[in-house]
Design a protein around this ligand. Structure first.
Ligand code: PLP
Length: 449
């Protein structure tokens, strides 16, 4: 079968996510017939390395035999059941495992069926906790510049990526936004740590002034992914944890993209040695197979909702596919592999290969920064490297890299002018080097005029 036939059918009935559909008048849509490991294969047999883990979800390769087997097995006994008033073993075991592998503070798991819905649940839970405690005036959230927490209205409101947010401004609740701690904005010669400490002063001042009306601070620990793979020093999380304790404000850690080994540790918060009050996980949770998200929290918060029904303190939030058993089994299989195969340990070597393979890009005349946190490596292109002057966004330089990479057999999907690798952990050193070569040549071409 030909790609063109499938593309034609697609473009006559679909509306794709995060896409100006008119782009597809010139930009080829890539229909995928099958996938295995890091490879995606189209209908004409052309293969692409999935360097972005299919939007950061895939951890252990496509068509992973062990995850496939777990889902098949689950399919034989129970595909789905309502989780209100009913339960099933996969969700119980998954909750036991998640509580076991996260800080001892966490004792409860609340599930939703996608990441944005998980953020909504965490925000509502924080607000509702304070309300149940007689502090109904805590209605606001504190967020970070360049943060991203999803696309539904509540999640969008606590994010700060103008491209996705600005249009919907009139629909969104107001938030406090603290300046970015990301080291890419540091002064010449200033370390990531010094910059994070300096930027925290504004966060501390905002908290001191407004703590009485703030329910929670929400952050992406260590790497602000959708905002451009912007990375910051863990000291910021330590200072933030202390301040949240001092001012009676919750800390929500959105580890949807960075959890499960992405940043070099199982969870990013480990690098700051802190625990949040709410930990939000999704994406890699099921190994990238099925939609599922979870909000973990502690006993004190749970107990604030635990009362007679007529007190009306319960958290009456639900989604149709809450904790789908197939998704839970995929998650359990993925956690098994992470533990049994020493994946986090092996990733250190792969991360080292990513660093070495992109070394020469650091000197590229249009690369302002190559930054890395574990299995995420990002390369930011600038018009003027010395002044860190960006290319006008209308020039869509990143898109040129995307198109060149597709031609060469790699799926690199830049965020604006930031090219990044966030590959499945089954990638080989040779494949990493191949990606780095493609990225370098793509950047050369995208910046030559
Ligand atoms: C992807 C993402 C979300 C939203 O998850 P969806 O499943 O896409 O709704 C929330 N927070 C972060 C940090 C993310 O990267």
């Amino acid at each position: 079968m030909l790609n063109s036939k499938i593309i034609e059918r697609d473009l006559s009935v679909l509306w794709h996510p995060c896409t100006q559909m008119k782009d597809h008048e010139t930009l080829p849509l890539i229909p995928i017939r099958r996938a295995e490991g890091v490879w995606l294969e189209d209908f004409e047999g052309k293969r692409y390395i999935d360097a972005v883990s299919s939007w950061w979800v895939n951890l252990l390769g496509h068509a992973n035999p062990r995850i496939n087997a777990a889902i098949r097995d689950q399919l034989e006994s129970l595909e789905h059941v309502i989780l209100a008033g009913f339960s099933h073993e996969p969700v119980i075991e998954l909750s036991e495992r998640l509580i076991e592998m996260t800080p001892s503070y966490f004792t409860r798991c609340f599930y939703t069926d996608n990441g944005s819905a998980g953020i909504e649940a965490a925000l509502k839970m924080s607000f509702h906790y304070w309300r149940n405690q007689g502090q109904a005036q805590k209605t606001k959230f504190m967020t970070l510049q360049d943060g991203y927490h999803g696309e539904t209205l509540g999640a969008l409101a606590v994010g700060d990526v103008a491209l996705y947010k600005e249009t919907y401004g009139p629909l969104l609740m107001e938030t406090f936004t603290a300046p970015s701690p990301a080291g890419c904005y540091a002064d010449e010669g200033e370390s990531y740590e010094a910059y994070a400490r300096r930027q925290f002063e504004e966060m501390a001042a905002l908290l001191e002034k407004h703590a009485n009306e703030i329910a929670a601070v929400i952050v992406e620990p260590l790497v602000q992914c959708a905002g451009g793979m912007r990375m910051y020093h863990p000291v910021y999380l330590r200072l933030l944890r202390e301040a949240c304790d001092n001012y009676n404000v919750h800390l929500i850690a959105d580890e949807m993209a960075v959890g499960f080994g992405r940043t070099g540790t199982m969870f990013a918060c480990e690098q700051a040695n802190i625990s949040a009050d709410f930990l939000c996980l999704s994406k890699g949770l099921t190994g990238g197979y099925l939609p599922l998200a979870v909000v973990l929290t502690g006993e004190e918060i749970y107990q604030a909702f635990y009362d007679d029904y007529t007190s009306l303190k319960a958290f009456l939030h639900s989604h149709s596919y809450t904790a789908n058993p197939l998704a839970c089994r995929a998650a359990l299989a993925s956690l098994d592999i992470l533990a049994e195969d020493n994946v986090i340990e092996n990733n250190r070597k792969l991360a080292q290969v990513m660093a070495e393979a992109t070394q020469s890009l650091r000197d590229h005349p249009h690369v302002g920064e190559v930054r890395q946190q574990g299995m995420i490596l990002a390369i930011e292109m600038f018009k003027d490297k010395a002044k860190k002057e960006p290319y006008p966004w209308q020039e869509r330089r990143g898109l040129r890299v995307y198109e060149y990479a597709l031609e060469k057999g790699a799926l690199l999907r830049p965020l604006g002018n930031v090219i990044y690798f966030m590959p499945p952990y089954v990638i080989t050193p040779a494949q990493i080097r191949q990606l780095a070569e493609i990225a370098e040549e793509g950047i050369n071409r995208a910046t030559q005029d």
